[in-house]
Write a protein that binds this ligand. Sequence first.
Ligand code: HSE
Length: 411
Amino acid sequence: MVSVAIMGHGVVGSGVAEILTTHKQNLFLSIGEEIYVKHILDLRDFPESPLADRFTKDFNDILNDIEVRVVVEVMGGLNPAYDYVKKCLKAGKSVVTSNKELVAAHGAELLAIAKEENVNFLFEASVGGGIPIIRPMNQCLVANIVDEIAGILNGTTNFILTKMIEEGMQFEDALKLAQKLGFAERDPSADIQGHDACRKICILASLAFGKHVYPDAVHTEGITDITLDDVKYAESYGCVIKLIGKVKRLENGMIDIIVAPMLVPEKSQLANIDYEFNGIMVRGDCTGDVVFYGKGAGKLPTASAVVADVVDCCKHLKTRKFLFWADGDGENILPAEKSVSAMYVRVKGDNIIVKAENVFGQITKICRADSSSDETAFVTEEMPYGEFLEKVSKLEKDNVKVLSKIRLGNL
Ligand code: HSE
């Protein structure tokens, strides 16, 4: 029997407890031993839970219990998760987490502690919810040099954008629904401002390129400025708008990494990933494109990935699985203003196309039947983002109001 503890009994934590209870027999057949949930840490009471007798409000009950070999951290947030996880690893316990904020902020340090203590620190559920991505990248694709990773990494924003596009639903209503369904973060601004997707692309970039990428170093935009007008112009241009996390290896050893809404061509594999589903494309030099698809948020999909890590820890109590990256200093990250992209621009004013051509040179006007007469949208040629912003300022000085600017995804 392997004793485990679960820290947190929210959406994901209760899912983990549920799967460990309902799938006990299956899991026994996989490991050859029973997984016993000995403690559940939460400040709230859950008298109706079938595991009601295992609840504690005291972290020390877990830390000081030498029988507990694997600890699941599903509290979310940095505090006290960071302190608790560090203490558990230092006490020789393996830790499994779904906490992308924690891994993106402290992954290199926690992996180093796990290595020192010869225990495991696994976080499959931190990216892509129920989609296997960390393990495939760390094992199955390990023979490749990764050239690019691009994905829809946040279920909440994808759910909101899909509801806006398919049903014309208002942003706020779609967000409320995503919260009700348990997709959104406790503070949903992390979802809609792109920070959650940023943490996830940072984790994937750290894993792929071997150096920790910290979220602060990544240019991040959310979806709060996207309007139904942009959605309709994108459609006229044969694209859909998606929040994309993307990292590309450049020839000089640098990486170009970004999180932003992008116009994704309808024929792209990522264009048809809707609602809370996530899709992640990994381009390896040997494999070419490999695409992962599935539910990126929600109780049981995410808990499924957590439980898989628990099983892995139980099977490797005496061995450390090789999952590691070094600390990073941000020097390998291309400054955002040098990142090259074509841009979609929606503008308002008189004589707009002539003025836009004067500033940008060649542009492609997007025709949309039901647009208002003093508004239009166009797509620029590819250029560095810094140069684009300078040209936008020039256009604004020429009495053109820039209403939206969105990258073309090239996906
Ligand atoms: N809030 C996250 C999302 C949960 O919507 O994708 C899963 O990480």
